[in-house]
Write a protein that binds this ligand. Structure first.
Ligand code: SF4
Length: 383
């Protein structure tokens, strides 16, 4: 029998490109698809934002009072995902200032993860025995209003200059116990390809370095950044893991699909680290839809982070029960691949602490009394 192969790419077709706001309707494709153009045209002022959205008085006031502390920056592409009339649009909540960020609660922390205290040289956080976080830039295409590193992201004085970069590389080279390097920022893909390749080539030349990860939100906020030549460059330095940060199904567009496909085709393993945010994704249905879309994009849902105790983001924090409820609504009800691990990053530098729904109902000697995802009781007896 002759088998006729069906070649229609049905999965990509399920993802849609956003419609462009009117001010960019006539922008040539070659500019719109160019990541440098997207960076240059970032929305940084109320004047431009007013041309894209029907801005509310609250957003105007919040911008006026916050932009000196933490810039606004939104790529035209990310702005095209926003609902221009709905101030509670999940994309808008993540990128346009709101009055909640002007409030600093007494329990808020400037450095919620204690990253500065574990910094042996500027630009390196070395907390765990075998891995480090390596800051390479202060810049991001979009400044997320929920950012945990607001204290230095978007601040040019915190940028990793050449000397700091060299000191960081020298530290990693000297510490043979390090096997895993998280290249971070800001967003490391704000570096040029040449600078990134220099960093990757230096790390790959160190015999004790096994893997590195690029922690980037460009797949979400500036997917045009993933060019063919960038993906080809990464091929030389495998294994390369990419850790990204999709928070809502609206972010899963055809552009994002294509960016993920380029990285996956180039051999990168892509993981998603969602942050649980009130009003954005604090709903099991939204998280399930997001995770299903991510799997179709070849991105594995990896973590759900409880929102940190950083200053000016308390309006995004949910009760911990919400995260447990979300995991409970996923586990067993959908593929295990779509169930990430829910964690709280221990405030002050405790590291990631996993939080689970309780499936253990009790123990009688060698007998464990368990419940499954439907609440049915099971007994497991040890030998
Ligand atoms: S991309 Fe990451 S580092 Fe940059 S502003 Fe967003 S959360 Fe912060």
């Amino acid at each position: 029998m002759a088998y006729e192969i069906v070649t229609k790419n049905t999965v990509r077709d399920r993802f849609k490109s956003p419609a462009r706001p009117a001010i960019w309707a006539d922008t040539p494709e070659k500019d719109w698809n160019n990541w440098v153009w997207q960076q240059q045209k970032r929305i940084k002022s109320m004047d431009v934002l007013e041309k894209v959205l029907n801005v509310t008085q609250e957003e105007r006031d919040a911008f006026a009072q916050s932009h000196e502390m933490f810039n606004m920056g939104i790529t035209p592409y990310y702005a095209s995902l926003m609902d221009k009339d709905d101030p509670n649009c999940p994309i808008r909540l993540q990128s346009v200032p709101k009055k909640g960020e002007l409030f600093v609660a007494p329990i808020d922390l400037e450095d919620p993860l204690g990253e500065e205290k574990d910094m042996p040289v500027p630009g390196i956080t070395h907390r765990y025995p075998d891995r480090v976080l390596f800051y390479t830039t202060h810049n991001c295409p979009v400044y997320c209003r929920h950012c945990t590193r607001k204290r230095k992201v978007s601040d040019p004085s915190s940028a990793a200059q050449t000397r700091q970069l060299e000191e960081g590389l020298a530290y990693i080279e000297a510490h043979k116990e390090i096997r895993d390097v998280v290249i971070s920022g800001g967003d490391p893909l704000s570096n040029s390809d040449e600078r990134l390749e220099y960093i990757l080539s230096r790390l790959r030349a160190m015999d004790h370095i096994e893997v590195f990860r690029l922690g980037t939100r460009n797949l979400v906020t500036l997917p045009q950044r993933i060019t063919d030549s960038f993906a080809q460059m990464l091929r030389k330095y495998h294994p390369v893991f990419v850790h990204t940060h999709f928070n809502h199904p609206k972010e899963c567009t055809q552009e994002a699909f294509d960016a993920c496909a380029k990285l996956a085709d180039a051999g990168c393993v892509i993981h998603n680290q969602m942050v649980l945010l009130k009003g954005v994704n604090d709903d099991p249905k939204i998280v399930k839809e997001l995770n299903h879309k991510l799997l179709m994009m070849r991105v594995r849902p990896y973590y759900i982070f409880q929102c940190d105790m950083a200053q000016g983001i308390s309006h995004f924090r949910t009760p911990v029960e919400k995260g447990i409820e979300i995991i409970q609504a996923l586990r067993g009800w959908t593929s295990g691949m779509a169930v990430p691990q829910y964690v709280i990053d221990g405030p002050g530098g405790g590291g990631k602490i996993p939080i689970f729904p309780n499936y253990i109902q009790g123990r009688e000697g060698k007998k464990w009394i368990l419940r499954n995802y439907k609440g049915d009781r099971y007994e497991y007896i040890e030998p």
